[in-house]
Ligand binder design. Structure first.
Ligand SMILES: NC(=O)c1ccc[n+]([C@@H]2O[C@H](COP(=O)([O-])OP(=O)(O)OC[C@H]3O[C@@H](n4cnc5c(N)ncnc54)[C@H](O)[C@@H]3O)[C@@H](O)[C@H]2O)c1
Ligand SMILES: O=P(O)(O)OC[C@@H](O)[C@@H](O)[C@H](O)[C@H](O)CO
Length: 463
């Protein structure tokens, strides 16, 4: 019989409960395998940790219910090709539902809270293809209406639908209560190009739509920190729960599995302090872009290629797809093209590629292509299109990047348009229903791309 997991059953396996100094939005698997891990491993005295995380779910309250019942504790399974290592995680000290605006306001009004991190998926920023807040989006306009009413009333904390709306409310209250001491770092940990600008555009776009002058006040208080985050973290399954119970004796309802590899590169200021994440291997750099491109193009770019080409070929996981010689060739070709534009000597592309192959081939990480394939419009826009454009600007064909874009289009055309798992599903449905679907899908990726005759010859043939 397994034991429920909580601070009393864990006993001395955890240190004391650290004070909340970080707020996180988007309590998914990745946060628990990455930022929570780095925060726990940054502590110099594990018995008396100093940085606790108060996390909020992104939408449903499920993860908050599960983790609250366990006092925030969960088990992280580090899964290499050979073996599993089980670690009890205790840096998340509070798990709240996304709906709990009063708690978010209270936390952000506390001067000791110094950092906000986010993992709300690319779609959770509600940005349009040009990178600005999409004010036509229903969730965005609903938050604008609620905030217009609530902001002038200091005690109001309505339930909001977007991460940007929640941050506008919480940061407005922080500035009102802390004045000069309201400086704080907001750190997007989602896979996006220039994620610091992405979260800034979302939050300031929301503020601008709600109240004159608010965007400027928020921008003065917030340091928008850019990051490149990496640790392959598949969705949790019932099998994992069973395996954790067998190995540890705990009936953990919210375990997480991840590969041993992890990396976090950050650029930006932390006006109110931060955990010493460098103790856990994080790197702080002045210029994030080369690192971000290496990760988004080489890893995420080929993940997306494998997701579409792999599912079309009948594969289910990354490990299966990379074992297919044709797909491996497509991955290598994409890397050759992308690598020509990753010339910073600090990047060591050959070693990075070799390590990616080993990570993809880890047979014990069951990373589903269907999970990676969600929200393809936003992902292909930043993972494949820039490689194609960089190749064309250098006078080359961009054939491998085009092959990846074609894989997305071919796969999309086999899907039921009514059940697309994509934040841009409406635009995709419209494109798929038109007279020239492939061309229209290219235009969803980037307006005008459908008119690129060279890309058309590679992607649209047979339309
Ligand atoms: N899983 C990985 O390997 C990995 C690695 C690097 C980066 N990331 C980044 O982390 C993100 C989350 O990955 P995950 O594995 O935790 O996924 P997950 O499905 O476990 O969790 C997603 C989280 O985002 C929230 N969310 C989803 N849509 C939202 C929306 N529209 N508005 C607000 N919140 C929303 C969910 O409620 C949940 O808390 C990814 O989209 C990616 O940008 C993931
Ligand atoms: O998490 P997403 O949905 O942005 O992308 C799917 C995968 O490409 C991604 O999660 C990678 O596994 C991750 O970025 C590795 O660090």
């Amino acid at each position: 019989m397994s034991t429920p997991l909580n601070r009393s059953t864990a006993g001395e396996r955890t240190g004391s409960v650290p004070p909340v100094r970080m707020v996180h939005l988007g309590l998914g698997a990745f946060h628990r395998a990455h930022q929570a891990w780095f925060t726990q491993h940054a502590e110099t005295d594990a018995a008396h940790p100093e940085w606790g995380i108060a996390a909020f779910t992104g939408r449903s309250s499920r993860a908050a219910d599960d983790l609250t019942a366990q006092d925030g504790l969960y088990i992280l399974v580090e899964r290499s090709a050979e073996a599993d290592a089980f670690e009890l995680m205790s840096s998340v000290v509070e798990a709240n539902p996304a709906s709990d605006s009063p708690r978010l306001v209270a936390l952000l009004s506390d001067a000791d809270v110094a950092v906000v991190t986010l993992t709300v998926t690319e779609a959770g920023y509600h940005l349009d293809p040009s990178g600005r807040l999409d004010t036509d989006d229903e969730a965005v306009s609903s938050d604008v209406a609620a905030l217009k009413k609530a902001l002038p009333e200091p005690a109001a904390a309505p339930e909001l639908r977007t991460a940007a709306g929640r941050l506008v409310l919480g940061l407005d209250r922080r500035i009102r209560s802390l004045g000069d001491r309201s400086g704080i770092a907001v750190v997007s940990c989602d896979n996006m190009a220039d994620n610091a600008t992405a979260v800034r555009n979302a939050v300031l776009g929301m503020a601008r739509a709600c109240q004159d002058g608010l965007a400027e006040r928020l921008d003065e208080a917030v340091s928008w920190v850019g990051t490149s985050v990496d640790r392959i973290t598949p969705a949790t399954t019932q099998d994992l729960r069973r395996e954790v119970a067998e190995e540890t004796g705990y009936d953990d309802v919210a375990p997480v599995v991840a590969e041993p590899f992890r990396s976090w590169v950050l650029a930006g200021e932390f006006p109110a302090g931060r955990p010493a994440w460098e103790n856990a291997g994080a790197e702080f750099v002045e210029d994030l872009e080369p690192f971000e491109r290496r990760k988004l193009w080489l890893l995420n770019g080929t993940h997306s290629y494998m997701a579409y080409a792999g599912q079309t070929a009948g594969h289910r996981s990354v490990a299966e797809a990379i074992a297919d010689p044709e797909i491996l060739q497509g991955v290598e070709d994409f890397w050759d093209e992308a690598a020509r534009h990753l010339t910073d000597p600090r990047l060591d592309i050959p070693a990075y590629r070799e390590s990616l192959l080993a990570r993809y081939r880890n047979p014990r990480i069951h990373h589903l292509l269907a999970q990676i394939g969600k929200d393809g419009a936003q992902k292909m826009r930043i993972r494949a299109v820039p490689v194609y454009e960089a190749e064309r600007a250098s006078g080359r064909t961009g054939a491998a990047a085009a092959r990846s874009i074609r894989a997305w289009i071919d796969w999309l055309r086999t899907q039921d348009p009514e059940h697309l798992e994509d934040g841009e599903a409406d635009a995709l449905r419209q494109a798929l229903a038109g007279a020239e679907p492939a061309r229209a899908l290219l235009d969803v990726l980037r307006p005008g791309l459908g008119q690129d005759a060279h890309l058309g010859s590679l992607v649209i043939a047979g339309d």
